[in-house]
Ligand binder design. Structure first.
Ligand code: SAM
Length: 221
């Protein structure tokens, strides 16, 4: 990926072709068995996400305005978990906002889950004030940011909008050791810790999907 335009065009083309199946490549070229297997591999992330969310949400008590950003939300795959109330207490849910750079992704998310999704431009500031979110979640997005200038901008913006007190950063990224591809850059968990300058960003588990390991990382400001 050599330019911002190429990055944007890549995602536009992928969503135009595969719609809801863009994210996990579970399109009709795969057998039903393979599709089910790929989908179920990601179920391993659910308990890790649920536990981290429930624990972090407890810090704030029964307030309505505790905000979570799903950065690069895709088709809203994680909306049901991230917006649900831990232990069934409706006062205890996060207020969810998903952002994505691809128009089609935001439209697909909205048509499935409602108006919780906003389109953002890759090299523009995120449309939120400093310290706005109590938690930021991002799954398999940063690994696709290959351009150094876009990565630096994105990390800076995520850090800016994450609360500098008790803010939780939750990342799931491909840490498979392989040569970079044009659309994917494999980084280690240490590299993410360094990028965000968050010493306590720790690997709490992993998800192996299509034979590649994705580190599940949680840190607090
Ligand atoms: C592999 S998908 C992951 C989607 C979702 N997080 C999930 O796990 O299902 C990567 C997503 O990142 C989005 N994306 C790529 N670059 C972005 C950027 N600079 N800012 C925001 N979203 C971006 C793409 O449009 C795509 O929806």
């Amino acid at each position: 990926m050599k330019s911002v335009k190429e990055h944007v065009d890549y995602w536009d083309a992928r969503y135009a072709k595969q719609k809801y199946n863009t994210v996990l490549h579970v399109d009709s070229t795969k057998s039903t068995k393979d599709r089910m297997r790929i989908l179920s591999e990601w179920d391993h992330a659910n308990p890790m996400i649920e536990a981290a969310i429930a624990k972090h949400r407890q810090i704030f008590g029964p307030r309505q305005d505790v905000r979570l950003l799903d950065f690069g939300c895709g088709v809203g795959r994680w909306y049901p978990i991230l917006s649900s109330a831990p232990n069934g207490n409706p006062d205890g849910a996060f207020r969810y906002i998903g952002v994505d750079a691809t128009k089609e992704a935001v439209e697909l998310s909205r048509s499935k889950y409602g108006n919780h999704f906003v389109r953002v431009a890759p090299m523009e500031p995120l449309p939120f004030p400093d310290n706005h979110f109590h938690a930021i979640f991002s799954c398999t997005v940063l690994q696709h940011i290959v351009l150094a200038e876009m990565l630096a901008h994105t990390v800076k913006e995520i850090k800016r909008v994450l609360s500098d007190k008790n803010g939780m950063l939750f990342l799931i990224e491909n840490v498979h050791t392989s040569k970079p591809l044009s659309h994917i850059h494999f980084r280690s968990a240490e590299a993410y810790r360094y990028l965000f300058d968050l010493e306590n960003l720790a690997e709490v588990g992993s998800v192996v999907s299509v034979g590649q390991r994705h580190a599940v990382m949680v840190g607090k400001t």
